[in-house]
Design a protein around this ligand. Structure first.
Ligand code: DSN
Length: 421
């Protein structure tokens, strides 16, 4: 674990902020479903002299000398990623999930071409064609949705109709606020009918796939998987693109570099390799399974209390609560209230939300980070009771303060990997 001795002496302001963040992470409950805690080994791999090296190109074919060790780490990251996901080709250089998606779009499409992805209020992501992104100036994005928000079933008939009409180049699966499993085989059949590529942005569930707790889109014939590496996969912040098709692999490599990015961030690639090594260990399967058990238990407890969950439950790591229907409060009010008791989650749009993205009706929460800390089903009961108590006592400042102390004492029983304060 880094000692931070040099930082403490040289830059006390930054050290103080870092120390504050370490305490915040230890004393609070992290329920943002896209966050997690990395191990000490991953942390060490991402803060070191690999930062000093330029390595444009790929192992064995670089534009700069001195690549004896960078090639070792990038090759290891690639090989481990391929093994984890059953991929034939992996590009581990994308700096984050958005660049991985953008590079994939440019590898497969010409300006003006169409992507068919999930409606954004039904769980799609900004990079799946939100009008605020530059992507929509270049490509056309059309939508499918859930047929039934009570079950989360996707409307595959509508998807097929839109695909036949719009002739998309890419049919896109993968979501940042969707609690259910997807029928990749159905999507692949529709894509084959219209000659589209299939792309799965698996950022949220990559760790579940790697750990065998969610279906791998490659097993249903998907062409491309993109992902971040820092969510359920529990690695450093970063992105990755994988395929089983060697020709598509060449296109992806060209698109990432030189098409879109410059020098790879080699210390993050080293950290990706370490995280993938951890995910190949048998314990990772237990972790992935426990994430889902914890989320299901949390969902069941909320529903028992009368809260309204989007899709009435979950199959993965996250749940979405309609706060307006459940408690007569908008998502922002609930996010702020839970912050006051040391429970962090995020406000979120619910399907066809009548409210605005900055003031939506719902919240989104998930179990990856708390599962990494070692929490199990009984602890979910405890957390749900804290959240319901916060709602009940929201007008009583002393009760909220006392609850915050209780949450803190509870959290301190669960060590955070990579943080010693
Ligand atoms: N920001 C991520 C999330 O929270 O889901 C997606 O990029």
């Amino acid at each position: 674990m880094p000692s931070f001795d040099a930082l403490r002496i040289q830059d006390p302001d930054i050290f103080a902020a870092l120390q504050g963040e370490m305490l915040r992470q230890r004393e609070g409950v992290e329920l943002i479903p896209s966050e997690n805690y990395i191990s000490a080994a991953v942390m060490e791999a991402m803060g070191n002299c690999f930062n000093n090296k330029y390595s444009e190109g790929y192992p064995g074919k670089r534009y700069y000398g001195g690549q004896q060790y960078t090639d070792v780490v990038e090759r290891l990251a690639i090989e481990r990623a391929k093994q984890l996901f059953g991929a034939g080709h992996a590009n581990v250089q994308p700096h984050a999930g958005a660049p991985a998606n953008v590079a994939t779009y440019f590898a497969l499409m010409e300006p003006g071409d169409t992507v068919l992805g999930m409606d954004l209020s039904h769980g799609g992501h900004l990079t799946h064609g939100h009008p605020v992104t530059y992507l929509t100036k270049i490509f056309k994005f059309v939508r499918y949705k859930m047929k039934d928000t009570e079950t989360g079933a996707i409307d595959y008939d509508e998807m097929r109709e839109v695909a036949l009409r719009e002739k998309p180049k890419i049919i896109l699966a993968g979501y940042s606020a969707y609690p259910r499993q997807v029928d990749f085989a159905k999507m692949k059949a529709i894509a084959d009918e219209v000659g589209a590529y299939t792309m799965a942005d698996m950022a949220h569930v990559a760790g579940l796939i790697a750990g065998g707790a969610a279906r791998n889109p490659f097993d249903d014939g998907f062409d491309i998987i993109t992902t971040t590496t820092h969510k359920t996969l529990r690695g450093p912040r970063g992105g990755m693109i994988m395929t089983r098709d060697p020709e598509l692999g060449k296109k992806m490599d060209k698109s990432v570099f030189p098409g879109f990015q410059g020098g790879p961030i080699m210390q993050m690639i080293a950290a990706k390799a370490v995280a993938f090594g951890e995910a190949l260990e048998p314990e990772f399967k237990d972790y992935a399974a426990q994430i889902v058990k914890n989320a299901k238990r949390m969902a069941a407890k909320f529903m028992e209390s009368g809260a309204k969950l989007v899709t009435n439950g979950t199959d993965n790591h996250l749940l979405m609560i309609d706060c307006v229907t459940s408690w007569g409060l908008p998502g922002q009010a609930v996010e702020t209230l839970f912050d006051e008791v040391g429970i962090t989650l995020n406000k979120n749009m619910i399907p066809d939300d009548p409210r605005k993205p900055m003031d939506p009706s719902g919240i989104r929460m998930g179990t990856p980070a708390i599962t990494t800390r070692g929490m199990k089903e009984d602890d979910m009961d405890r957390l749900v009771s804290y959240m319901l108590k916060a709602i009940e006592k929201r007008e009583d400042p002393s009760a909220i303060k006392a609850l915050h102390e209780e949450v803190k004492a509870f959290c301190l029983q669960f060590p955070v990997p990579g943080i010693a304060v």
